[in-house]
Design a protein around this ligand. Structure first.
Ligand code: FAD
Length: 304
């Protein structure tokens, strides 16, 4: 009997996007571009490049998106944060993205200089909040597509779920056209969050951010800081595999596939993958979603 779930994905128009971080060394750059070459034939809606804390990767983010414009046929999205920067500095980055041909910005506040958990103080000459940043970019670059963050399990700094929705609504009112969520492992958090957002008049697409976990311990640490819960049943899947990376990799693909296919069953059609600059797991999960290169491109991708 055919697997009904899989046959349904092949009939649905599933769209994917991929997030990368700017490389620090020539070796990391090689890994990144191998991953981009492997994932590009899947024709993602966009490929985004993060912006290091406090603007620490400004040049590297810029050069990575500029190279994407030149060397791929996929629209890049450049992340930009406003923490610890003046308006003029942020505006100059917006201008440089536009000059490089970038037409999509992921606009964020960024973590406070003291790190996650420290109190956020807007720069005296800077944008006061993400909504303020979104409005500033919208005025400066009306043609720019603008994505923002969303937190299905509440941002760690947020006093309440209500406050979180108010922030998202303000970002939408200022001109954001898409939200991308923090990663999560329990789909109920995402589904409830989207329902609640709709009830509150937030109607932009809210794309689930998916992380395929190849290093459970590292991801669990990161999840704690990011305010994403790690359910016991999820942790149990990786138990006993601490010294067995190859089995962990197989389990990771199975677990991520289970998560995305369940979301497909709930009608989700767009997925944003946090790739960690590695293509293999994400490529496998996309394959299961029915997202595949066109014939001919497949052989090229496998060789990359
Ligand atoms: P906002 O959406 O403005 O706020 C998030 C929540 O924090 C709000 O809902 C609100 O409840 C609370 N909050 C905000 N400001 C205050 C305040 N002054 N007082 C009390 N509560 C407040 N970080 C990077 O450095 N570079 C990146 O490239 C990057 N990319 C990201 C991409 C995605 C899809 C996501 C989900 C996060 C990303 N981050 C990145 C992390 C992000 O910068 C941090 O989570 C940061 O702490 C909040 O930025 P934001 O734009 O999400 O904030």
């Amino acid at each position: 009997m055919p697997n009904d779930r899989l046959s349904r994905t092949s009939r649905r128009p599933i769209r994917v996007s991929f997030e990368f971080f700017p490389p620090k060394t020539p070796e990391m750059e090689e890994t990144l571009w191998r991953s981009i070459e492997r994932l590009s034939p899947l024709q993602p809606t966009f490929m985004s490049v993060t912006y290091g804390a406090g603007g620490s990767t400004r040049e590297r983010t810029h050069s990575t998106v500029a190279r994407m414009v030149k060397e791929t046929d996929i629209q890049p999205a450049a992340h930009l944060t406003c923490v610890s920067a003046t308006r003029e500095e942020v505006d100059a980055v917006v201008d440089s993205y536009r000059e490089a041909g970038v037409r999509h910005i992921v606009a964020l506040r960024g973590d406070p200089a003291g790190g996650v958990g420290a109190a956020f103080e807007p720069h005296p000459g800077g944008y006061a909040s993400t909504a303020d940043l979104v409005a500033g970019i919208r005025r400066r670059a009306p043609e720019i597509e603008m994505s923002v963050s969303a937190y299905p399990e509440k941002h760690p700094e947020s006093p309440s779920v209500d406050a979180d929705f108010d922030v998202l609504k303000a970002k939408v009112d200022a001109g954001a056209t898409r939200a991308i969520t923090q990663f999560f492992f329990d789909n109920n958090h995402y589904l409830r969050y989207v329902d609640e957002a709709r009830k509150r008049g937030i109607h932009i697409p809210i794309i689930p951010g998916i992380v395929a976990v190849s290093n459970f311990k590292q991801t669990a640490n990161f999840a704690t800081k990011a305010g994403a819960s790690v359910p016991d049943w999820f942790a149990a899947r990786f138990e006993g595999l601490e010294n067995d990376p190859s089995t962990r990799q197989l389990v990771a693909a199975a677990v991520a596939a289970e998560q995305v296919l369940d979301l497909v069953d709930h009608g989700v059609k767009d997925f944003h993958f946090y790739t960690m600059n590695k293509a293999d797991l994400v490529y496998a999960v996309c394959h299961l979603l029915g997202v595949r290169p066109e014939v001919g491109a497949a052989a090229k991708a496998a060789a990359a």
